[in-house]
Design a protein around this ligand. Structure first.
Ligand code: GDG
Length: 463
Protein backbone atom coordinates (compact mmCIF):
# COMPACT_ATOMS: atom_id res chain seq x y z
CA UNK A 1 0.00 0.00 0.00
CA UNK A 2 1.31 3.47 -0.87
CA UNK A 3 2.12 5.77 2.00
CA UNK A 4 0.04 8.90 2.43
CA UNK A 5 1.50 12.39 2.70
CA UNK A 6 -1.00 14.90 4.03
CA UNK A 7 -0.09 18.57 3.59
CA UNK A 8 -2.12 21.35 5.18
CA UNK A 9 -1.47 24.80 6.57
CA UNK A 10 -1.50 23.57 10.17
CA UNK A 11 -0.89 20.10 11.50
CA UNK A 12 -2.96 18.49 14.24
CA UNK A 13 -0.58 16.60 16.51
CA UNK A 14 -2.08 13.22 17.36
CA UNK A 15 -3.49 13.00 20.87
CA UNK A 16 -4.46 9.65 22.17
CA UNK A 17 -6.93 8.67 24.83
CA UNK A 18 -10.27 10.11 25.88
CA UNK A 19 -8.73 13.56 26.52
CA UNK A 20 -8.31 13.96 22.74
CA UNK A 21 -10.02 17.05 21.48
CA UNK A 22 -9.76 16.69 17.74
CA UNK A 23 -12.45 17.38 15.20
CA UNK A 24 -13.56 15.01 12.46
CA UNK A 25 -11.04 16.05 9.83
CA UNK A 26 -8.04 15.40 12.08
CA UNK A 27 -9.52 12.14 13.36
CA UNK A 28 -10.04 10.81 9.83
CA UNK A 29 -6.69 11.93 8.46
CA UNK A 30 -4.85 10.52 11.46
CA UNK A 31 -6.69 7.21 11.05
CA UNK A 32 -5.74 7.08 7.35
CA UNK A 33 -2.13 7.94 8.19
CA UNK A 34 -2.03 5.24 10.85
CA UNK A 35 -3.38 2.66 8.42
CA UNK A 36 -1.28 3.56 5.40
CA UNK A 37 1.78 5.00 7.09
CA UNK A 38 3.11 8.37 6.02
CA UNK A 39 3.57 11.91 7.24
CA UNK A 40 1.44 14.96 8.00
CA UNK A 41 3.34 18.06 6.96
CA UNK A 42 2.55 21.74 7.61
CA UNK A 43 3.36 24.98 9.40
CA UNK A 44 4.08 24.72 13.13
CA UNK A 45 2.21 27.94 13.92
CA UNK A 46 5.56 29.35 15.14
CA UNK A 47 7.76 32.02 13.59
CA UNK A 48 11.50 32.26 13.15
CA UNK A 49 13.65 35.29 12.25
CA UNK A 50 15.01 33.65 9.12
CA UNK A 51 13.46 30.71 7.31
CA UNK A 52 15.85 27.74 7.48
CA UNK A 53 13.79 24.88 6.10
CA UNK A 54 14.46 22.97 9.31
CA UNK A 55 11.83 20.28 9.80
CA UNK A 56 10.66 19.30 13.24
CA UNK A 57 9.54 15.65 13.25
CA UNK A 58 7.29 14.25 15.94
CA UNK A 59 6.03 10.72 16.45
CA UNK A 60 2.97 9.84 18.44
CA UNK A 61 -0.11 7.67 18.26
CA UNK A 62 1.33 5.78 15.29
CA UNK A 63 1.68 8.93 13.19
CA UNK A 64 4.62 11.11 12.12
CA UNK A 65 4.13 14.84 11.86
CA UNK A 66 6.62 17.21 10.25
CA UNK A 67 6.41 20.96 10.74
CA UNK A 68 8.33 24.04 9.70
CA UNK A 69 8.49 27.54 11.17
CA UNK A 70 7.76 30.55 8.96
CA UNK A 71 9.09 34.12 9.04
CA UNK A 72 6.83 36.85 10.48
CA UNK A 73 6.55 38.38 7.01
CA UNK A 74 5.39 35.01 5.65
CA UNK A 75 2.66 34.85 8.26
CA UNK A 76 1.55 38.41 7.52
CA UNK A 77 1.44 38.00 3.76
CA UNK A 78 0.50 34.37 3.30
CA UNK A 79 -1.67 33.46 6.29
CA UNK A 80 -3.15 36.74 7.54
CA UNK A 81 -2.82 38.21 4.04
CA UNK A 82 -3.62 36.25 0.89
CA UNK A 83 -5.28 33.30 2.62
CA UNK A 84 -7.45 35.13 5.13
CA UNK A 85 -7.82 38.67 3.78
CA UNK A 86 -8.10 37.79 0.10
CA UNK A 87 -9.17 34.21 -0.63
CA UNK A 88 -11.34 33.50 2.44
CA UNK A 89 -13.66 36.53 2.06
CA UNK A 90 -13.81 36.26 -1.73
CA UNK A 91 -14.59 32.55 -1.69
CA UNK A 92 -17.32 33.27 0.89
CA UNK A 93 -18.89 35.82 -1.48
CA UNK A 94 -17.68 38.79 0.60
CA UNK A 95 -16.06 40.90 -2.05
CA UNK A 96 -16.73 43.92 0.18
CA UNK A 97 -14.26 42.50 2.73
CA UNK A 98 -11.71 41.23 0.23
CA UNK A 99 -8.32 42.95 0.22
CA UNK A 100 -6.11 42.85 -2.85
CA UNK A 101 -2.46 43.57 -2.10
CA UNK A 102 0.44 42.56 -4.32
CA UNK A 103 2.57 41.63 -1.34
CA UNK A 104 -0.04 39.13 -0.23
CA UNK A 105 0.22 37.35 -3.59
CA UNK A 106 4.01 37.23 -3.51
CA UNK A 107 4.01 36.02 0.10
CA UNK A 108 1.51 33.30 -0.81
CA UNK A 109 3.70 32.14 -3.67
CA UNK A 110 6.84 32.26 -1.52
CA UNK A 111 5.33 30.15 1.25
CA UNK A 112 3.96 27.60 -1.22
CA UNK A 113 7.49 27.37 -2.67
CA UNK A 114 8.91 26.94 0.81
CA UNK A 115 6.45 24.15 1.49
CA UNK A 116 7.40 22.48 -1.82
CA UNK A 117 11.15 22.77 -1.19
CA UNK A 118 10.97 21.33 2.30
CA UNK A 119 8.42 18.57 1.80
CA UNK A 120 9.86 17.33 -1.52
CA UNK A 121 12.76 15.29 -0.04
CA UNK A 122 10.37 13.56 2.39
CA UNK A 123 8.26 12.04 -0.37
CA UNK A 124 9.03 8.63 -1.84
CA UNK A 125 8.24 7.54 -5.38
CA UNK A 126 4.87 5.89 -4.94
CA UNK A 127 3.54 7.99 -2.04
CA UNK A 128 0.10 9.52 -2.48
CA UNK A 129 0.03 13.22 -1.68
CA UNK A 130 -3.10 14.96 -0.42
CA UNK A 131 -2.98 18.76 -0.14
CA UNK A 132 -5.67 20.60 1.84
CA UNK A 133 -7.39 23.91 1.44
CA UNK A 134 -7.10 27.41 0.08
CA UNK A 135 -3.78 28.20 1.74
CA UNK A 136 -1.99 25.76 -0.55
CA UNK A 137 -3.71 25.76 -3.93
CA UNK A 138 -0.50 26.33 -5.96
CA UNK A 139 1.51 23.74 -4.02
CA UNK A 140 0.81 20.97 -6.56
CA UNK A 141 2.21 23.09 -9.37
CA UNK A 142 5.26 23.96 -7.28
CA UNK A 143 5.89 20.25 -6.72
CA UNK A 144 5.45 19.44 -10.42
CA UNK A 145 7.91 22.24 -11.24
CA UNK A 146 10.39 20.34 -9.09
CA UNK A 147 10.01 17.20 -11.20
CA UNK A 148 7.44 15.54 -8.98
CA UNK A 149 5.41 12.78 -10.70
CA UNK A 150 3.40 11.19 -7.86
CA UNK A 151 -0.39 11.08 -7.63
CA UNK A 152 -1.43 14.44 -6.21
CA UNK A 153 -4.82 15.39 -4.79
CA UNK A 154 -6.28 18.65 -3.54
CA UNK A 155 -9.36 19.22 -1.40
CA UNK A 156 -10.98 22.62 -0.94
CA UNK A 157 -12.77 22.92 2.41
CA UNK A 158 -14.49 26.22 1.57
CA UNK A 159 -16.97 27.15 -1.18
CA UNK A 160 -15.85 27.67 -4.76
CA UNK A 161 -17.27 31.07 -5.72
CA UNK A 162 -19.26 31.84 -8.87
CA UNK A 163 -17.10 32.84 -11.82
CA UNK A 164 -18.39 36.42 -11.76
CA UNK A 165 -16.95 36.86 -8.27
CA UNK A 166 -13.71 35.06 -8.95
CA UNK A 167 -13.03 37.39 -11.87
CA UNK A 168 -12.42 40.18 -9.38
CA UNK A 169 -9.30 38.41 -8.10
CA UNK A 170 -6.23 39.76 -9.87
CA UNK A 171 -4.46 36.81 -11.53
CA UNK A 172 -7.44 34.52 -10.94
CA UNK A 173 -6.57 32.64 -14.10
CA UNK A 174 -3.07 31.78 -12.93
CA UNK A 175 -4.40 30.54 -9.62
CA UNK A 176 -7.01 28.25 -11.17
CA UNK A 177 -4.55 26.93 -13.74
CA UNK A 178 -2.35 25.65 -10.93
CA UNK A 179 -5.13 23.23 -9.94
CA UNK A 180 -4.46 21.32 -13.14
CA UNK A 181 -1.20 20.12 -11.60
CA UNK A 182 -3.27 17.78 -9.40
CA UNK A 183 -4.79 14.47 -10.48
CA UNK A 184 -7.92 14.92 -8.37
CA UNK A 185 -9.53 18.10 -7.05
CA UNK A 186 -12.34 17.74 -4.50
CA UNK A 187 -15.14 20.01 -3.28
CA UNK A 188 -17.81 19.44 -0.66
CA UNK A 189 -20.87 19.83 -2.88
CA UNK A 190 -22.16 19.67 -6.44
CA UNK A 191 -22.79 23.41 -6.19
CA UNK A 192 -19.15 24.28 -5.60
CA UNK A 193 -18.10 21.76 -8.22
CA UNK A 194 -20.51 23.31 -10.74
CA UNK A 195 -19.04 26.76 -10.13
CA UNK A 196 -15.56 25.35 -10.69
CA UNK A 197 -16.60 23.64 -13.94
CA UNK A 198 -18.33 26.78 -15.07
CA UNK A 199 -15.18 28.85 -14.56
CA UNK A 200 -12.97 26.29 -16.29
CA UNK A 201 -15.20 25.91 -19.32
CA UNK A 202 -16.20 29.56 -19.77
CA UNK A 203 -13.07 31.40 -18.65
CA UNK A 204 -10.30 28.94 -19.48
CA UNK A 205 -11.91 27.24 -22.45
CA UNK A 206 -11.51 23.81 -20.81
CA UNK A 207 -13.82 20.87 -21.56
CA UNK A 208 -15.77 18.41 -19.44
CA UNK A 209 -15.44 14.67 -20.04
CA UNK A 210 -16.90 11.45 -18.66
CA UNK A 211 -16.39 10.30 -15.07
CA UNK A 212 -15.97 13.81 -13.65
CA UNK A 213 -12.98 14.62 -15.80
CA UNK A 214 -12.04 18.14 -16.81
CA UNK A 215 -9.46 18.85 -19.50
CA UNK A 216 -7.49 22.04 -19.98
CA UNK A 217 -4.54 22.50 -22.33
CA UNK A 218 -4.04 18.77 -22.76
CA UNK A 219 -4.09 18.03 -19.04
CA UNK A 220 -7.02 15.94 -17.70
CA UNK A 221 -7.91 15.86 -14.01
CA UNK A 222 -10.87 14.56 -12.05
CA UNK A 223 -12.94 17.18 -10.23
CA UNK A 224 -15.29 15.55 -7.75
CA UNK A 225 -17.83 16.34 -5.05
CA UNK A 226 -17.01 14.57 -1.78
CA UNK A 227 -18.92 15.93 1.22
CA UNK A 228 -17.00 15.68 4.48
CA UNK A 229 -18.68 14.15 7.52
CA UNK A 230 -17.87 13.80 11.21
CA UNK A 231 -16.66 10.90 13.36
CA UNK A 232 -20.32 10.07 13.99
CA UNK A 233 -20.01 6.93 16.09
CA UNK A 234 -17.47 8.49 18.45
CA UNK A 235 -19.55 11.64 18.72
CA UNK A 236 -22.76 9.75 19.46
CA UNK A 237 -20.91 7.88 22.19
CA UNK A 238 -19.44 11.09 23.56
CA UNK A 239 -22.91 12.67 23.73
CA UNK A 240 -24.17 9.76 25.82
CA UNK A 241 -21.03 9.66 28.01
CA UNK A 242 -20.27 11.02 31.47
CA UNK A 243 -18.57 14.30 30.59
CA UNK A 244 -21.45 15.17 28.29
CA UNK A 245 -24.00 14.24 30.97
CA UNK A 246 -22.25 16.55 33.40
CA UNK A 247 -22.38 19.43 30.88
CA UNK A 248 -26.02 18.69 30.16
CA UNK A 249 -26.94 18.75 33.83
CA UNK A 250 -25.15 22.06 34.26
CA UNK A 251 -27.26 23.45 31.43
CA UNK A 252 -30.53 22.12 32.89
CA UNK A 253 -29.76 23.33 36.41
CA UNK A 254 -28.97 26.82 35.23
CA UNK A 255 -32.20 27.17 33.30
CA UNK A 256 -34.98 24.99 34.65
CA UNK A 257 -37.98 24.82 32.35
CA UNK A 258 -36.43 26.91 29.58
CA UNK A 259 -35.69 25.73 26.06
CA UNK A 260 -32.08 26.07 25.00
CA UNK A 261 -31.16 27.32 21.55
CA UNK A 262 -27.49 26.65 20.84
CA UNK A 263 -24.99 28.05 18.36
CA UNK A 264 -21.34 26.97 18.15
CA UNK A 265 -19.09 28.70 15.64
CA UNK A 266 -15.61 30.05 15.24
CA UNK A 267 -15.99 33.81 15.52
CA UNK A 268 -16.09 34.49 11.80
CA UNK A 269 -18.25 36.80 9.67
CA UNK A 270 -19.08 33.89 7.34
CA UNK A 271 -20.96 32.17 10.16
CA UNK A 272 -23.78 34.73 10.15
CA UNK A 273 -23.63 35.53 13.86
CA UNK A 274 -24.77 39.13 13.53
CA UNK A 275 -27.75 38.07 11.41
CA UNK A 276 -28.48 35.23 13.86
CA UNK A 277 -28.57 37.63 16.83
CA UNK A 278 -30.84 39.95 14.86
CA UNK A 279 -33.14 37.03 13.99
CA UNK A 280 -33.29 36.04 17.66
CA UNK A 281 -33.98 39.63 18.62
CA UNK A 282 -36.86 39.65 16.12
CA UNK A 283 -38.18 36.46 17.71
CA UNK A 284 -38.08 38.05 21.18
CA UNK A 285 -39.80 41.14 19.88
CA UNK A 286 -42.57 39.26 18.06
CA UNK A 287 -43.20 36.63 20.73
CA UNK A 288 -43.37 38.44 24.09
CA UNK A 289 -45.25 35.50 25.64
CA UNK A 290 -42.21 33.28 24.98
CA UNK A 291 -39.70 35.65 26.56
CA UNK A 292 -38.29 33.95 29.62
CA UNK A 293 -39.13 30.50 28.26
CA UNK A 294 -36.14 30.20 25.94
CA UNK A 295 -32.51 31.28 26.01
CA UNK A 296 -29.71 31.22 23.52
CA UNK A 297 -26.18 30.01 24.22
CA UNK A 298 -23.75 31.17 21.58
CA UNK A 299 -20.26 29.72 21.89
CA UNK A 300 -17.87 31.62 19.64
CA UNK A 301 -14.15 31.07 20.24
CA UNK A 302 -12.18 33.92 18.61
CA UNK A 303 -10.16 33.16 15.47
CA UNK A 304 -7.76 35.06 13.16
CA UNK A 305 -7.52 37.88 15.66
CA UNK A 306 -4.78 39.66 13.69
CA UNK A 307 -7.18 40.33 10.81
CA UNK A 308 -9.11 43.56 11.39
CA UNK A 309 -12.44 42.33 10.00
CA UNK A 310 -12.40 39.74 12.77
CA UNK A 311 -11.78 42.45 15.37
CA UNK A 312 -14.70 44.39 13.94
CA UNK A 313 -17.14 41.50 13.97
CA UNK A 314 -16.18 40.78 17.55
CA UNK A 315 -16.86 44.35 18.59
CA UNK A 316 -20.18 44.31 16.71
CA UNK A 317 -21.32 41.14 18.42
CA UNK A 318 -20.30 42.44 21.85
CA UNK A 319 -22.46 45.49 21.23
CA UNK A 320 -25.37 43.58 19.75
CA UNK A 321 -25.58 40.91 22.45
CA UNK A 322 -25.30 43.67 25.06
CA UNK A 323 -28.11 45.61 23.44
CA UNK A 324 -30.42 42.58 23.23
CA UNK A 325 -29.74 41.55 26.80
CA UNK A 326 -30.15 45.13 27.99
CA UNK A 327 -33.50 45.40 26.24
CA UNK A 328 -35.04 42.02 27.01
CA UNK A 329 -33.36 40.55 30.13
CA UNK A 330 -35.24 40.27 33.40
CA UNK A 331 -33.99 40.00 36.96
CA UNK A 332 -33.95 36.21 36.65
CA UNK A 333 -33.40 35.71 32.92
CA UNK A 334 -30.78 36.58 30.31
CA UNK A 335 -31.82 35.95 26.70
CA UNK A 336 -28.32 35.46 25.23
CA UNK A 337 -25.34 33.84 26.89
CA UNK A 338 -22.53 34.81 24.59
CA UNK A 339 -19.23 33.06 25.36
CA UNK A 340 -15.94 33.80 23.58
CA UNK A 341 -14.04 30.68 24.49
CA UNK A 342 -13.74 27.07 23.42
CA UNK A 343 -14.88 23.95 25.29
CA UNK A 344 -13.78 20.29 25.19
CA UNK A 345 -15.60 18.24 22.54
CA UNK A 346 -17.31 16.08 25.17
CA UNK A 347 -18.75 19.19 26.80
CA UNK A 348 -19.97 20.45 23.43
CA UNK A 349 -21.65 17.11 22.82
CA UNK A 350 -23.55 17.45 26.10
CA UNK A 351 -24.57 21.02 25.33
CA UNK A 352 -25.86 20.03 21.89
CA UNK A 353 -27.90 17.26 23.46
CA UNK A 354 -29.43 19.60 26.02
CA UNK A 355 -30.49 22.01 23.30
CA UNK A 356 -34.00 21.97 21.90
CA UNK A 357 -32.76 23.88 18.85
CA UNK A 358 -29.42 23.86 17.04
CA UNK A 359 -29.07 27.16 15.21
CA UNK A 360 -26.56 26.81 12.37
CA UNK A 361 -26.98 29.79 10.08
CA UNK A 362 -23.81 30.64 8.15
CA UNK A 363 -24.14 33.12 5.30
CA UNK A 364 -21.94 30.79 3.29
CA UNK A 365 -20.06 27.67 4.39
CA UNK A 366 -18.15 24.98 2.51
CA UNK A 367 -19.87 22.28 4.58
CA UNK A 368 -20.40 23.08 8.32
CA UNK A 369 -19.65 20.28 10.72
CA UNK A 370 -21.49 21.76 13.70
CA UNK A 371 -24.79 20.91 11.97
CA UNK A 372 -23.76 17.26 11.79
CA UNK A 373 -22.42 17.21 15.35
CA UNK A 374 -25.71 18.61 16.62
CA UNK A 375 -27.62 15.81 14.88
CA UNK A 376 -25.25 13.11 16.16
CA UNK A 377 -25.57 14.32 19.75
CA UNK A 378 -29.38 14.11 20.01
CA UNK A 379 -31.36 11.76 22.22
CA UNK A 380 -33.14 9.45 19.72
CA UNK A 381 -36.32 9.38 21.79
CA UNK A 382 -36.58 13.16 22.18
CA UNK A 383 -34.39 14.89 19.59
CA UNK A 384 -34.05 18.62 19.11
CA UNK A 385 -34.57 20.52 15.87
CA UNK A 386 -31.77 21.62 13.55
CA UNK A 387 -32.32 25.03 11.95
CA UNK A 388 -29.87 25.18 9.08
CA UNK A 389 -28.88 27.83 6.55
CA UNK A 390 -29.64 26.77 3.02
CA UNK A 391 -26.30 28.38 2.08
CA UNK A 392 -24.23 25.87 4.06
CA UNK A 393 -22.83 22.96 2.05
CA UNK A 394 -24.43 20.69 4.66
CA UNK A 395 -27.91 21.70 3.46
CA UNK A 396 -27.45 19.51 0.37
CA UNK A 397 -27.36 16.44 2.62
CA UNK A 398 -29.40 17.53 5.66
CA UNK A 399 -32.63 18.18 3.83
CA UNK A 400 -34.88 17.35 6.79
CA UNK A 401 -33.53 20.24 8.82
CA UNK A 402 -35.63 23.40 9.01
CA UNK A 403 -33.87 25.25 6.20
CA UNK A 404 -33.68 29.04 6.35
CA UNK A 405 -32.34 32.06 4.55
CA UNK A 406 -29.83 33.31 7.17
CA UNK A 407 -30.09 36.92 5.98
CA UNK A 408 -33.77 37.13 6.88
CA UNK A 409 -34.56 38.00 10.50
CA UNK A 410 -38.22 37.17 9.81
CA UNK A 411 -37.40 33.69 8.56
CA UNK A 412 -35.11 33.01 11.49
CA UNK A 413 -37.75 34.15 13.93
CA UNK A 414 -40.45 32.02 12.26
CA UNK A 415 -38.13 29.00 12.19
CA UNK A 416 -37.50 29.31 15.95
CA UNK A 417 -41.25 29.36 16.59
CA UNK A 418 -41.76 26.39 14.28
CA UNK A 419 -39.01 24.42 16.02
CA UNK A 420 -40.38 25.20 19.49
CA UNK A 421 -43.85 24.08 18.46
CA UNK A 422 -42.78 21.01 16.52
CA UNK A 423 -44.48 17.86 17.85
CA UNK A 424 -42.23 15.10 19.09
CA UNK A 425 -43.31 12.70 16.30
CA UNK A 426 -42.18 15.15 13.64
CA UNK A 427 -38.94 15.86 15.46
CA UNK A 428 -38.21 12.13 15.55
CA UNK A 429 -39.12 11.64 11.89
CA UNK A 430 -36.86 14.47 10.76
CA UNK A 431 -34.02 13.44 13.04
CA UNK A 432 -34.09 9.84 11.84
CA UNK A 433 -33.64 11.00 8.26
CA UNK A 434 -30.82 13.34 9.33
CA UNK A 435 -28.92 10.84 11.45
CA UNK A 436 -29.19 8.29 8.68
CA UNK A 437 -27.15 10.57 6.45
CA UNK A 438 -24.73 11.66 9.19
CA UNK A 439 -24.02 8.00 9.99
CA UNK A 440 -23.71 6.79 6.41
CA UNK A 441 -21.62 9.63 5.04
CA UNK A 442 -19.26 10.04 7.96
CA UNK A 443 -15.71 11.35 7.85
CA UNK A 444 -14.18 7.92 7.23
CA UNK A 445 -16.50 7.43 4.23
CA UNK A 446 -15.37 10.83 2.92
CA UNK A 447 -11.71 10.00 3.38
CA UNK A 448 -12.08 6.64 1.62
CA UNK A 449 -14.03 8.27 -1.21
CA UNK A 450 -11.32 10.84 -1.87
CA UNK A 451 -8.43 8.43 -1.47
CA UNK A 452 -10.04 5.91 -3.85
CA UNK A 453 -10.28 8.66 -6.46
CA UNK A 454 -6.71 9.72 -5.74
CA UNK A 455 -5.39 6.18 -6.13
CA UNK A 456 -7.28 6.08 -9.41
CA UNK A 457 -9.24 2.98 -8.35
CA UNK A 458 -11.40 1.73 -11.18
CA UNK A 459 -15.03 2.60 -10.57
CA UNK A 460 -14.26 5.09 -7.80
CA UNK A 461 -17.37 7.19 -8.27
CA UNK A 462 -17.74 10.47 -6.47
CA UNK A 463 -20.83 11.27 -4.41
C1 GDG B 1 -13.88 24.67 7.49
C2 GDG B 1 -15.01 25.14 6.56
C3 GDG B 1 -16.00 22.84 6.66
C4 GDG B 1 -16.11 25.13 17.41
N1 GDG B 1 -16.10 25.66 18.66
C5 GDG B 1 -15.51 24.75 19.45
C6 GDG B 1 -15.14 23.65 18.68
N2 GDG B 1 -15.52 23.91 17.44
C7 GDG B 1 -15.41 22.93 16.35
C8 GDG B 1 -16.78 22.45 15.93
C9 GDG B 1 -16.48 21.90 14.53
C10 GDG B 1 -15.33 22.80 14.08
O1 GDG B 1 -14.83 23.49 15.22
C11 GDG B 1 -15.81 23.85 13.11
O2 GDG B 1 -16.05 23.24 11.88
P1 GDG B 1 -17.00 23.92 10.81
O3 GDG B 1 -17.20 22.94 9.73
O4 GDG B 1 -18.25 24.33 11.47
O5 GDG B 1 -16.27 25.24 10.32
P2 GDG B 1 -14.77 25.78 9.93
O6 GDG B 1 -13.88 25.87 11.10
O7 GDG B 1 -15.01 27.08 9.25
O8 GDG B 1 -14.20 24.69 8.89
C12 GDG B 1 -16.27 24.34 6.82
C13 GDG B 1 -14.78 22.43 7.48
O9 GDG B 1 -13.64 23.25 7.18
C14 GDG B 1 -14.38 20.98 7.19
O10 GDG B 1 -14.17 20.77 5.82
O11 GDG B 1 -17.12 22.12 7.14
O12 GDG B 1 -17.29 24.72 5.90
O13 GDG B 1 -15.24 26.54 6.72
O14 GDG B 1 -16.02 20.58 14.58
O15 GDG B 1 -17.25 21.49 16.84
N3 GDG B 1 -14.54 22.55 19.17
C15 GDG B 1 -14.28 22.55 20.50
N4 GDG B 1 -14.60 23.58 21.32
C16 GDG B 1 -15.22 24.70 20.84
O16 GDG B 1 -15.55 25.61 21.59
N5 GDG B 1 -13.68 21.46 21.04
Amino acid sequence: MSRLIVISNRVQPPKTGPGGNQGGLAVALLAALREQGGIWFGWSGETTEEFSGHINFQQGGGVTTATIDLEPQDVDEYYNGYANRTLWPLFHYRIDLTEFERDFGSGYRRVNQRFADTVRPLIEDDDLVWVHDYHLMPLGQELRDRGFRNRLGFFLHIPWPPARLLLSLPSHRKLVETLFAYDVVGFHTEDWLDSFRDYVTKQLGGTLGPNDTVTYEGRTIRAIAAPIGIETKEFEEAAAGNDARFARERMYMSSTGRSLIVGVDRLDYSKGLTERFLGYERFLQQNPERNGLVYMLQIAPPSREKVNTYQEIRANLDALSGRINGEYADIDWVPIRYVNKGFPRQTLAGIYRAARIGLVTPLRDGMNLVAKEYVAAQDPSDPGVLILSSFAGAAAQLKEAVLVNPYSAEELSDAIVKALEMPRAERIRRWEALIDNVRREDVFWWCDLFLAALRGDAGAEAA
